[in-house]
Design a protein around this ligand. Structure first.
Ligand SMILES: NC(=O)c1ccc[n+]([C@@H]2O[C@H](COP(=O)([O-])OP(=O)(O)OC[C@H]3O[C@@H](n4cnc5c(N)ncnc54)[C@H](O)[C@@H]3O)[C@@H](O)[C@H]2O)c1
Length: 428
């Protein structure tokens, strides 16, 4: 089928690469001209495992093209996926201007019947507004649908090639059949439903995962009080299939471009209907307080932070990505710097983005170098390669052998044997 994708971000590019691999002809429309030029030169705009290879393969086969011109992509498209950003506004609502802007541009360029699909995460009712924007601008026949995206940064290609489920929300049988065909070669359950339900499935899923994280973080805080080990609690809980092991890792909380904004958007959506979603409000509050609590532990173990040398391992909001949006690491670094600490940071992939967000941040090219003269080493992102660093050598380089592990990544027994004072979250 002929597919147009609006927006060459994580969702748009990964979808484009995968749909091309499935044999569809895909044209990506991206407003950022630099991004288009880089993509045409074969450069992916962000780090995502296996994406560059897939993009190269798709471009070479002639299945994938990229443009900044709607006129090139839209007139022939049978299905158009809107994959633009929906960033958070100051009041917690998502900014839908990119979605509506894309809808206007689509409306001015469609020439034949097509299905316009919202893949961006949007509040209930948005896809209906997209429909109205297009209907106001054209007399041509078209349908709209909501197909929320569930990929995880860091394993996005794998998730998209092997989805757990594909949600298709539409009130048109014709659109539903087309979307079933578009996704036909992919595994995973199909959930076909109405548009509003599809829209809320995405928010409900992310809010539930965020709830698991905040829940285990509260259990971790309690473990600290009573002298229990949250890692073992999580194993003991997670083996119950009704609970499941995933998202029961205690630490400094969730970040990224989705959970913080989606939980706040769902909470805002509830309030707009006079519904006080108390559980979700608590989830959001716990997540915010978790990184502040960790900051309290740092102060507690190090005393006055002024002029203290702090080595930070991990800047991305999670491992296997270079994304630093809403990263707990960046918040903690900002607070440390405000209190006069001298921070040296390292991340395998996210240093360029971290420097854009915090231009004064000092970074080092080798993870072990954060240890030089350090008063403490912090682990703020759960990159597995940090486990295998030469910790014995790092022990020799530090001024003060303190590790504060905000991701419960390292083995406490091993670190203490090496002579470190080791502190983590909810573990003795
Ligand atoms: N990143 C994720 O892990 C993820 C996962 C699931 C769902 N989502 C949702 O998918 C949506 C997109 O997220 P993302 O992370 O891919 O965003 P992103 O910010 O990485 O990319 C969005 C892209 O759209 C482009 N764009 C904006 N307006 C445009 C327009 N009118 N025409 C053409 N291009 C335009 C931007 O320049 C940018 O390159 C969001 O709603 C997000 O919540 C994201």
């Amino acid at each position: 089928m002929k597919i147009a994708i609006i927006g060459a971000g994580y969702v748009g590019l990964v979808s484009a690469a995968v749909f091309s691999k499935l044999g569809h002809k895909v044209c990506v429309v991206e407003k950022n001209k630099d991004r288009v030029a880089n993509l045409k030169a074969g450069k992916a705009p962000f780090y995502e495992p296996n994406l560059p290879e897939l993009l190269k393969e798709a471009t070479k086969s002639g299945k994938l093209s990229v443009t900044d011109d709607y006129a090139q992509a839209i007139p022939n498209a049978e299905v158009i996926f809107i994959c633009v950003g929906t960033p958070m506004l100051a009041n917690g609502e998502p900014d839908l201007s990119y979605v509506f802007g894309a809808a206007k541009d689509i409306a001015h360029h469609i020439k034949n019947y097509c299905v316009v699909v919202d893949k961006s995460t949007v509040p209930v009712g948005t896809t209906e507004k997209v429909k109205k924007i297009i209907a106001d601008a054209t007399k041509l026949d078209f349908d709209v649908a909501s197909c929320p995206e569930f990929l995880r940064e860091g394993s996005a290609i794998e998730n998209t090639l092997n989805p757990d489920r594909i949600v298709i929300g539409t009130d048109s049988k014709r659109a539903r059949d087309i979307l079933l065909e578009v996704h036909g070669k992919l595994p995973g359950e199909r959930v076909t439903t109405d548009i509003r339900t599809a829209e809320i499935i995405k928010y409900a899923s992310n809010a539930f995962l965020a709830t698991k994280i905040s829940f285990i973080n509260e259990i971790a805080n309690l473990c600290d009080e009573v002298g229990a080990n949250v890692d073992d609690v999580a194993v003991g809980m997670g083996l119950d299939p009704r609970i499941g092991k995933a998202f029961l890792k205690a630490g400094i909380g969730y970040g990224g471009s989705c959970f913080p904004k989606d939980t706040k958007a769902l909470h805002h959506m509830a309030l707009s209907k006079d519904y006080n979603f108390k559980l979700l409000r608590a989830v959001i509050e716990v997540n915010g307080s978790q990184r502040r609590k960790f900051m309290g532990t740092i102060r507690n173990k190090l005393g006055d932070l002024n002029e203290k040398n702090i080595g930070v391992l991990g800047l991305a909001f999670k491992n296997n990505t270079d994304d630093v949006r809403e990263s707990a690491a960046l918040d903690i670094i900002s607070w440390l710097t405000k209190e006069g600490a001298k921070v040296k940071g390292y991340d395998p992939e996210a240093m360029p983005n971290a420097k854009k967000a915090l231009p004064a941040l000092t970074t080092v090219n080798k993870a072990e170098d954060v240890a030089v003269d350090a008063d403490a080493i912090l682990i703020l992102t759960e990159w597995s390669k940090f486990v295998d660093l030469n910790w014995a050598e790092m022990r020799r380089k530090v001024k003060n052998p303190v590790i504060l592990d905000g991701r419960n990544l390292l083995n406490s027994v091993k670190m203490r044997k090496l002579g470190f004072k080791y502190y983590s979250v909810g573990r003795p």
